[in-house]
Design a protein around this ligand. Structure first.
Ligand code: ATP
Ligand code: MG
Length: 363
């Protein structure tokens, strides 16, 4: 998939604009505060109906405006064009339109426009709480395994039920046992999909990383959220008293994690800033490869401030890998000179200049 038209209205400092991006490389450059990240945020809003900078959407809406709107025309793998739009109001209300119809959930947008974001916050994938890595993992599983979403919804329901029972004990033991069986079934299913995904991701991640940076001994492993030698039902039974004291279920896929280690250390504790950025890029690029192997469509990459933290050699290596992905990529930078050359002659590269919220093609 790629965006062939993008219309943005009332997003942060951006003046209303319609762009026709290149299906491959798009470079947005301009001074600090000009609106580069805001444009990436607009694309993100279109793909996920939420912002990456703030969970609250209010700050995204331009001062003194009641709503922000982003429209996109997406070129689909089967050659069809799909029109999508997202509008957010200050009241919190939002509307998602897909081909003229109101859509029920943001998952439908994600399906049409799989997005990968690499920005200064991406370090959180290594340093942050397990939740960030679980989201990364589940994004991939969601896109390659259609049975994942219903299993995940069943898990959430069973888990809510169990946690409520732990706190209030409203249900009789037999009925709760039936819920626990459902919880264990959904958990095993999710674990199976996640494990299969990691098995496919690992070799692609390792070869991508090798092309970016020499990091001998870096390993990626998966923790499923409970003891790998025991069935979840056994673990739940053993931890019942503790779960009741805490008021929630401690073990299960809701506790899964990805572990990145360098030798016996946590990679985030050892790697430099630049190395961390390259590891995150390798993870996200590997995910893009897997998605395009399974779906006919491809991801759209948003890379905010690509040159930061990277020396020339690593910057070039990252650009080459992004180019080889054959995806649509939106890259921002302050100094466009750093990204002007090095692209293959056949790759369509479009440059845009951003100045005080105005975006204009740069010849
Ligand atoms: N809701 C809003 N309405 C209007 N302007 C806003 C709003 N929120 C933020 N801004 C302003 O938008 C401008 C653009 O911010 P943005 O983060 O897009 O800049 P940038 O080009 O990415 O800069 P940098 O190179 O520093 O990363 C900033 O000056 C910011 O103060
Ligand atoms: Mg920025």
């Amino acid at each position: 998939m790629s965006l062939c038209r993008l219309t943005v209205t009332a997003v942060r400092n951006l003046h209303a604009v319609t762009l026709s991006p290149s299906p491959r490389i798009n470079i947005l450059h301009g001074a600090n505060g000009s609106g580069k990240t805001s444009l990436l945020e607009a694309v993100h809003l279109l793909g996920l109906a939420r912002s990456f900078r703030s969970l609250r959407l209010q700050p995204v809406i331009q001062y003194e405006q009641l709503a922000c709107t982003v429209f996109g025309q997406v070129s689909m793998p089967e050659g069809r064009l799909c029109n999508i739009g997202v509008s957010r109001e200050r009241s919190g209300e939002f509307v998602i339109r897909i081909d003229g119809q109101n859509a029920r959930s943001a998952a439908q947008l994600a399906e049409i426009m799989p997005l990968q974001l690499i920005n200064p916050d991406s370090f959180r994938l290594l340093e942050g709480a397990p939740k960030v890595r679980r989201q990364f993992l589940d994004w991939g599983v969601f896109h390659v395994e259609p049975r994942f979403l219903p299993a995940w919804q069943r898990l959430q329901k069973a888990l809510r039920q169990r946690n409520s029972w732990l706190r209030h004990g409203t249900l009789d033991a037999a009925s709760q046992a039936a819920w626990d069986r459902e919880l264990c079934l959904a958990s095993d299913e999710i674990d199976t999909y996640r494990r299969a995904y990691i098995q496919a991701l690992k070799p692609v991640f390792e070869s991508t990383l090798r092309e970016l940076v020499e990091l001998e001994g870096l390993t990626l492993s998966y923790y499923r959220g409970w003891d790998k030698e025991r069935a979840l039902s056994e673990v739940l039974a053993a931890s019942l008293t503790r779960d009741q004291q805490l008021g929630h279920t401690q073990a299960g896929p809701q506790r899964a994690d990805l572990r990145l280690r360098l030798g016996s250390n946590n990679a985030a504790d050892i790697l430099s800033r630049g190395q961390q950025k390259l590891v995150v890029c390798a993870l996200r690029i590997a995910q893009g490869h897997l998605v395009s192997q399974v779906k006919r469509g491809r991801c759209i990459y948003l890379v905010d401030d690509l040159p930061s933290e990277l020396d020339e050699q690593h910057r070039r290596a990252l650009c080459r890998l992004l180019e080889e992905l054959n995806c649509q990529v939106f890259i921002t930078c302050v100094d466009h000179e750093l990204l002007m050359d090095g692209w293959h002659a056949d790759t369509p590269v479009s440059m845009f200049h951003v100045e005080h919220g105005r975006i204009t093609p740069w010849e």
